[in-house]
Design a protein around this ligand. Sequence first.
Ligand SMILES: CC(C)(COP(=O)(O)OP(=O)(O)OC[C@H]1O[C@@H](n2cnc3c(N)ncnc32)[C@H](O)[C@@H]1OP(=O)(O)O)[C@@H](O)C(=O)NCCC(=O)NCCS
Length: 214
Amino acid sequence: MGASESGELIAGSGFMISTLDSPPGRLLAGQIAQLVYSAEFPIYKRVLHIEDVVKLVRCPFGIYSFATVKTVFDASGQLVAILNTRLLTCGSSILTQLRRDARYLGVPALLRVIARSIWYRTKIYGSLEGDGSWHIEHLAVCPTLQGQGVGRALLKYAEEEAKTASAPTMTLEVLSSNVGAKRLYERQGFVAAPPEPPSRFWRQEASQYMIKEL
Ligand SMILES: CC(C)(COP(=O)(O)OP(=O)(O)OC[C@H]1O[C@@H](n2cnc3c(N)ncnc32)[C@H](O)[C@@H]1OP(=O)(O)O)[C@@H](O)C(=O)NCCC(=O)NCCS
């Protein structure tokens, strides 16, 4: 469950950003799941129990594959923040992965809602699918340490990785009501992208897609 040694120190904080070098054990998966669950993704709370999220995080082939999750630990080894980025390869491969996740979790509702959203995304971002763009799946900093530059540092770190991988753009989705996160993304150069058509399965709250050219 160790994090890679080759991390990057967040200036002035003593926290280290790194990528996990092996699948998370039960304890760490629980901490990651808690951060994912606390982030503003309402579908998780409507469709998934926190234990389902733990399973999703531990799923070896899942959207939380350990190699895609960036972690921030404090000096005592406590998880402080996570960021999960996903390479947009093509719509069908993401769907295949999500189908596997949903089967593994035994949560058919998850499959239905995500499949529908991906279908819309593929329509809206048709030109992005398959061009190696990076999508930020989840960014969350533990509540007691928010406002200290950790979120911004994680975002910059992910952006450098995306640039190294020659990704043309980064995309993300944020709830319209999440003013703090939107401000962070705007300050980092993300701009509003076309909205997703509303889905009665997917959300009751408006959300905003954002995009940054790299
Ligand atoms: C959004 C979140 C990731 C930001 O991380 P953070 O470490 O608290 O943010 P930072 O300290 O790096 O702040 C960076 C910038 O974001 C802005 N910001 C962050 N939180 C803000 C808030 N609550 N209100 C207003 N602006 C905020 C600040 O303007 C800051 O820029 P500045 O210093 O140039 O003014 C964090 O608050 C969080 O985990 N929230 C809950 C989960 C969530 O909403 N995730 C986003 C899902 S899309």
